[in-house]
Design a binder for this molecule. Structure first.
Ligand SMILES: *[C@@H]1O[C@H](CO)[C@@H](O)[C@H](O)[C@H]1NC(C)=O
Ligand SMILES: *[C@@H]1O[C@H](CO)[C@@H](O)[C@H](O)[C@H]1NC(C)=O
Ligand SMILES: *[C@@H]1O[C@H](CO)[C@@H](O)[C@H](O)[C@H]1NC(C)=O
Ligand SMILES: *[C@@H]1O[C@H](CO)[C@@H](O)[C@H](O)[C@H]1NC(C)=O
Ligand SMILES: *[C@@H]1O[C@H](CO)[C@@H](O)[C@H](O)[C@H]1NC(C)=O
Ligand SMILES: *[C@@H]1O[C@H](CO)[C@@H](O)[C@H](O)[C@H]1NC(C)=O
Ligand SMILES: *[C@@H]1O[C@H](CO)[C@@H](O)[C@H](O)[C@H]1NC(C)=O
Ligand SMILES: *[C@@H]1O[C@H](CO)[C@@H](O)[C@H](O)[C@H]1NC(C)=O
Ligand SMILES: *[C@@H]1O[C@H](CO)[C@@H](O)[C@H](O)[C@H]1NC(C)=O
Ligand SMILES: *[C@@H]1O[C@H](CO)[C@@H](O)[C@H](O)[C@H]1NC(C)=O
Ligand SMILES: *[C@@H]1O[C@H](CO)[C@@H](O)[C@H](O)[C@H]1NC(C)=O
Length: 757
């Protein structure tokens, strides 16, 4: 989450909660806390004499939920409500198994969404359990659900109350869209399991990210900072999946740290932000490359994302054009006007071109890295060393020895500091808060009222969280259900000499370095790995806000204020992942260990969450019109690259049918040899936009607009099938809801447009 625009509502929300609680009490309730072919499964033991042949599976599926009338997830801005779709969003599943014992399996998932979270993961686990059979091998221990941290997809599927507030609660349709898509991606990956090899390599993307809290970063010891050239992690790591049957590449899985905030807070179209672009560009680019399998999947995972920004040109004051104040990212003492700038910040397009460019940089680096892997890559070896563990751990009052020195440390239950409300330069707060100050709050007693109304932190909690000044003592509030996680997932994977750290929190650059270094150091001694490799994926499994170093925490900018469990959170994560590291050892070593404890179950709020999102009532069309009628189009002239062709149709609410694995919009090309229209763009393409607008609430009228921004050379990068001259038309696929509730599909098609390139 980058900015809590909803804080002003907290007093109101609290009042509403009192009413709700009253109702609960009255009711006598207790307060409790296709490109895809399906192959038959090939699990031959062929080639398993080789210690570097694993069983590999990859799959991709649509997770696009309701793209209108539901708040977007990430900026926590109540006014950022969906109005359409720029690019469909996906779940990508990567399965790696020991060919001799498929119980030793890991599933790494990347969803084009703000994070992996508890409720969705729970739904996925329930779905897998229901499938049974071969799917019984997938469960709590080996499913890692990571999010790209895109801030531009439908929300209202988070498990805890706090991140639900800006999306007006929980929406079953939005939740189910995500769960169904993730399950389908796992199913496809499972059905594609086949022997293959893994190759690891790294490259640097120096212009791929910047640090948005360099003042915090500078709080880390100088001698530690001197070990690194940059104040963000510039490394992209790639894992290449090649099947042995025909040596084709079935997938690349990359890790790179950059926030999914290229699209600004005023964007209301669903998209996968920069990583969604990178994955789509890569998958598009290989269509004619015989080295790649037909159902090739490109995964762009998030990593040490915490203090990174894609707004690499720096943060400036929108009124004066001057840089914001270094210490606290303010302009004239206020945060609202301080904005990070992406490479195309002057475009006035909600950040779209900057988003494409930041995706292109990751795509281009990944393409180059792929070409270097044969000469510079490292084979992953140890097909009998595929292992995982998962435990739930309660961070309330966890006392442990520091992994860094001889002190005893403890964590505290979740709380957010005042500077959480200040937001960041990717999405500044709309209130008076600044990073590294509580001044305005002291001038505005409403904040203290709000705080006390929710929960007054105890002296012990304040001392534990110090120097954080607590704004929301979220972990103490469980009415009507938990506001923030106290119980988080601790999870680790191993594939040969490669270790995966799976973090629920958004890890800052230096936190990630310390954590990875601790795991690397221990893996040699504990697991006997000679040349260990490590990757870190986050935010995953449960969205647990941020993770800073203790020194960065002391500065209490946004990231420190959002570090839920106090100054020793990093030490706690390191202690726990070191404690369970032996469970990534060989099966015979692990069998000598005490069974891993499951830990306390987190609350699952899918069935008891509040929702103030109303459903679709009905759709209507004027008496002289029908659904799908063309209301207006661009002029009927000849178009070229860079031009836009659009059309507005008599529409209906896209929430009636999400068109998962399908499309709301298409660009069709007239094949003159056959005389038939062929789909060349869908709403999964960046340059085809679908927008929807309710024009009359009482009569249920709406307009749907489809706009194709004809690709100029910049947007054609790597495209083996670029635009060609000829006749094109726009095709709209909709579904209307009658007063009686029946849903009927309809289509609309424009006349032909001439394109000359
Ligand atoms: C959206 O927000 C950005 C950042 O504040 C601003 O520069 C831009 O003018 C806004 N509007 C559009 C249409 O991009
Ligand atoms: C934390 O643990 C200590 C020692 O075990 C105990 O004195 C204290 O009351 C606990 N605090 C909370 C908030 O549970
Ligand atoms: C982590 O802390 C626990 C105490 O809470 C301790 O028993 C354990 O040994 C520590 N783990 C490591 C690897 O130091
Ligand atoms: C351990 O390190 C922290 C800084 O991370 C420091 O504040 C503390 O004094 C150190 N404790 C000991 C016992 O060395
Ligand atoms: C890992 O080992 C190196 C070299 O011994 C050491 O400098 C570093 O501090 C260790 N890292 C951690 C987190 O223990
Ligand atoms: C601001 O940062 C300084 C360190 O630079 C720290 O000592 C101070 O406590 C911080 N103040 C607040 C209110 O966060
Ligand atoms: C929610 O309700 C559904 C339908 O009754 C049930 O299948 C599911 O297990 C419930 N989920 C939880 C977390 O209780
Ligand atoms: C949108 O719908 C309204 C009412 O149905 C209609 O009057 C208007 O012309 C439509 N807008 C466009 C751009 O066609
Ligand atoms: C939506 O429709 C209303 C009413 O026709 C109009 O005022 C508004 O400008 C439209 N908004 C968009 C984004 O098309
Ligand atoms: C890629 O393949 C398509 C369809 O087979 C073909 O039309 C196109 O010309 C090819 N592109 C290149 C660059 O070879
Ligand atoms: C443009 O004009 C041609 C020729 O009259 C017609 O066939 C075509 O349908 C028109 N296209 C649109 C979009 O109106």
């Amino acid at each position: 989450m980058a900015r809590p625009g909803f804080i002003a509502l907290l007093v109101g929300a609290s009042l509403a909660l009192l009413v709700v609680l009253q109702l609960f009490a009255n009711a006598g309730l207790h307060e409790t806390s296709s490109r895809f072919d399906f192959h038959p499964l090939r699990e031959t033991r062929a080639g398993t004499d080789d210690d570097n042949v694993f069983l590999l599976g990859v799959g991709k599926a649509d997770i696009t939920g309701p793209v209108v009338e539901v708040g977007l997830n990430g900026y926590a801005d109540l006014s950022q409500v969906g109005t359409g779709l720029r690019q469909r969003i996906f779940s990508r599943a990567f399965i790696i198994a020991d060919p001799d014992d498929t119980d030793n399996t890991i599933v790494y998932l990347i969803v084009d969404a703000q994070s992996g979270d508890t409720a969705v993961r729970h739904g996925v686990l329930q779905g897998l359990a229901a499938l049974g059979g071969e799917y019984a091998r997938y469960g709590e221990h080996n499913i890692a659900l990571s999010g790209t941290h895109a801030h531009s997809g439908p929300g209202a599927w988070m498990n805890y109350l706090l991140p639900q507030i800006p999306t007006k609660g929980f929406d079953k349709q939005s939740y189910q869209a995500l769960v169904d898509g993730v399950l389908l991606s796992i199913k496809r990956a499972h059905e594609s399991l086949t022997p293959g090899r893994l190759t690891h390599g790294t490259t640097e993307i120096t212009d791929g990210n910047a640090n948005r809290s360099p003042y915090s970063y500078l709080a880390n010891p100088e001698e530690e900072r001197n070990q690194y050239q940059y104040n963000t992690d510039k490394t992209m790591t790639m894992l290449r999946f090649d099947r042995t049957s025909d040596s084709k590449t079935t997938a690349v899985l990359t890790f790179f740290s950059v926030h999914g905030t290229s699209l600004y807070e005023n964007n209301t179209l669903t998209a996968g932000d920069n990583k969604g672009v990178a994955a789509w560009l890569y998958e598009r680019s290989v269509a004619n490359d015989t080295r790649f399998a037909d159902d090739f999947v490109a995964g762009f995972s998030q990593s040490s994302v915490g203090d990174t920004t894609p707004n690499v040109l720096g943060a400036y004051c929108e009124d004066t054009g001057l840089p914001c104040r270094f210490e606290d990212s303010t302009c004239n003492g206020k945060t609202e006007l301080c904005r990070g700038r992406g490479p195309y910040f002057q475009e006035n397009d909600y950040g779209a071109k900057s988003c494409f460019e930041m995706g292109r940089r990751q795509y281009s680096a990944a393409k180059d890295l792929y070409e270097q892997l044969d000469s510079k890559g490292t084979q992953i070896v140890g097909s009998s060393s595929v292992a995982s563990y998962h435990v739930y751990h309660d961070f309330t009052n966890y006392t442990f020895p520091s992994p860094f020195n001889s002190s005893t440390l403890k964590t505290c239950y979740a709380a957010l500091g005042f500077n959480f409300a200040a937001g960041t330069t990717d999405g500044p707060g709309q209130f008076d808060f600044t990073q590294n100050s509580t001044g305005p709050a002291e001038e505005n007693p409403l904040w203290y009222v709000a705080r006390a109304f929710i929960h007054q932190p105890s002296a012990e909690q304040q001392a534990c969280q110090a120097p954080k000044e607590i704004l929301l003592d979220a972990g103490a509030v469980t009415l009507p259900y938990a506001w923030a996680p106290n119980i988080v997932d601790i999870q680790g994977f191993r594939v040969g000499q490669l270790l995966f750290i799976i973090s629920p929190s958004e890890v800052t650059t230096m936190s990630g370095r310390r954590w990875k270094s601790a795991i690397l150091n221990a893996s040699t001694e504990v697991l006997g790995i000679e040349d260990p490799l490590v990757v870190l994926g986050s935010p995953a499994n449960t969205y647990a806000h941020y993770l800073t170093t203790e020194e960065e925490y002391g500065v209490q900018r946004y990231e420190g204020a959002s570090t839920l469990y106090g100054p020793s959170e990093l030490a706690g994560y390191v202690n726990l992942t070191l404690t369970y590291l032996p469970y990534l050892g060989s099966s015979s070593d692990v069998s000598k260990l005490a069974p891993i404890p499951a830990g306390p179950n987190p609350p699952i709020n899918t069935n008891n969450s509040l929702s103030f999102i109303t459903g679709v009532v009905y759709d209507g069309a004027a008496s002289d019109q029908s659904f799908g009628d063309v209301l207006s189009t661009s002029p009927n002239v000849t178009y070229g690259r860079g031009d836009t062709i659009d059309a507005t149709f008599v529409g209906a609410n896209p929430r009636n049918n999400l068109h998962q694995e399908s499309t709301f919009a298409a660009v069709e090309f007239l094949d003159t040899s056959s005389g038939s229209w062929k789909t060349v763009r869908t709403d999964a393409d960046w340059n085809l936009i679908y927008m929807w607008n309710r024009t009359n609430t009482v009569l249920g009228y709406s307009n749907a607009t489809i706009a194709w921004q004809i690709e100029d050379d910049y947007y054609e990068i790597g495209n083996p099938n670029p635009v060609q001259s000829g006749s094109y038309r726009l095709h709209y696929y909709g579904d209307s809801k009658s007063v009686g509730g029946d849903i009927t599909s309809f289509e609309g098609v424009t006349g032909a447009f001439t394109v000359s390139v």
